[in-house]
Design a binder for this molecule. Structure first.
Ligand code: FEO
Length: 399
């Protein structure tokens, strides 16, 4: 059964969804599945733009066969080599001996690494600014290194104005037949999954994302076709403006993420008390999350969204609670910047939360640690500490 939709002028979506996969990259929970987008251009020359993950290969090959309708495949365009898109490159190379593989030099090396295939003169090595003529369509290539691997290229189809953007502008979530953004509801729930995808997968490479956004801004883009999630053909600026904020590590909103770890409920009580005090003082965009039951990818997404982050943790093995340590270390790994952080430390003996968090955060860019700290010995006894911190956060948000 073919699963094909036309984007425009004989350019087709030939991707698939996986709603069974529990963890993307065997790491990130998928509540609503994931889509692997692939595209086909039917012109004087035929071209497949990226393949799909191995778990959804059958539909992909049926789609390619249906669109070829007995013709041969002339080109495979490889924008990105990560196996969620490149898994079927080896099979296509075998199936179509005349097919040329159009890819960056680094992707060519990776094809050999993944598939043991030396492409030789079957490879057309492309670089920034190169063009591939297919007939009425032509693809102009833009280098997008580290968005999200070093070999990544974008391509811009000059007749239709479609930007094929690899992982950029991707999102978690399977597509429900409605592959275009104007066919479904794009609300905060949708953006939450797009942000969770961006911040955790590409988030470390904000500088590189900024560079490609700048290059792309010179193009007349009518549609953005990423390798995951919705294809954007209206209100493109809305999504681009989110990407601009995320890749500059600027918060989307002035608000507070209160992330707490708690073994017996005492640190949790302090976190809740702070949230209530903040709300009482007029801050209403607050998210309180228990790091032991919230996936780190969700915490990271919220850290990219909010301007202020509260870290509330008991001392554990003379450091942080391990779940909190994972979150804080991941923020650093993903290069989060430009945030104000408050600390609630708990320690029955030898408290070490302030020291440990400060050591990690001080190696990050533009992270301000608030002077007002809540220091708890076992359980919160001085409500005034909470009020003082809440007042300081409110003042900082309103300044
Ligand atoms: Fe969707 Fe970097 O692969």
């Amino acid at each position: 059964m073919r699963t094909i939709r036309e984007l425009k002028d004989n350019i087709y979506y030939i991707g698939s969804n996986d709603r069974r996969l529990a963890l993307f990259e065997n790491m990130f929970p998928l509540e609503n599945g994931v889509s692997y987008n692939s595209y086909f251009i039917d012109d004087e020359k035929t071209a497949v733009l990226d393949t799909v993950d191995r778990f959804v290969s059958d539909a992909f090959f049926e789609n390619v066969k249906a669109l070829l309708n007995g013709r041969s495949l002339d080109y495979l365009i490889v924008h990105h080599m990560e196996p969620d898109h490149g898994a079927n490159i080896g099979r296509l190379i075998e199936m179509f001996p005349e097919m040329k593989v159009v890819c960056s030099l680094k992707a060519n090396q990776m094809i050999e690494q993944f598939f043991g295939e030396e492409l030789g003169d079957r490879a057309i090595i492309i670089k920034e600014g190169d063009t591939l003529e297919l007939g009425v369509h032509s693809l102009k290539f833009l280098a997008a290194p580290m968005v999200h691997w070093p070999e990544v290229m974008f391509s811009y189809e000059e007749k239709t104005g479609i930007l094929f953007s690899a992982d950029a502008f991707g999102s978690f979530g399977a597509l429900d037949g409605t592959i275009f953004n104007d066919e479904t509801i794009v609300d905060e729930k949708w953006y939450a999954e797009a942000r969770r995808y961006y911040s955790n997968i590409v988030g470390k490479y904000g500088t590189q994302t900024q560079a490609i956004l700048k290059k792309a801004s010179a193009l007349d883009i009518n549609m953005i076709a990423p390798l995951h999630g919705l294809i954007w053909r209206t209100n493109i600026c809305d999504f681009v403006s989110k990407y601009n904020l995320w890749s500059k590590y600027q918060p989307e909103v002035k608000g507070v993420l209160v992330a707490y770890a708690s073994m017996y409920g005492n640190t949790e009580s302090a976190a809740n008390a702070l949230a209530l005090s903040l709300a009482d003082k007029g801050v209403h965009d607050i998210r309180v999350r228990d790091v032991s039951v919230t996936d780190t990818s969700e915490l990271i997404s919220l850290a990219f969204k909010y301007s202020h982050i509260v870290i509330a943790s008991p001392t554990y093995n003379l450091g942080l609670h391990p779940k909190m340590e994972h979150f804080v270390v991941d923020m650093k790994a993903l290069n989060l910047q430009n945030r104000t952080v408050a600390i609630i430390e708990n320690g029955t003996w030898s408290p070490a939360v302030v020291k440990t968090v400060t050591e990690i955060l001080s190696t990050m860019k533009n992270i301000t640690i608030m002077n007002e700290k809540v220091l708890i010995k076992s359980s919160l006894r001085e409500q005034q500490q909470i009020e003082t911190l809440a007042n300081a956060i409110v003042a900082d948000i309103n300044k």
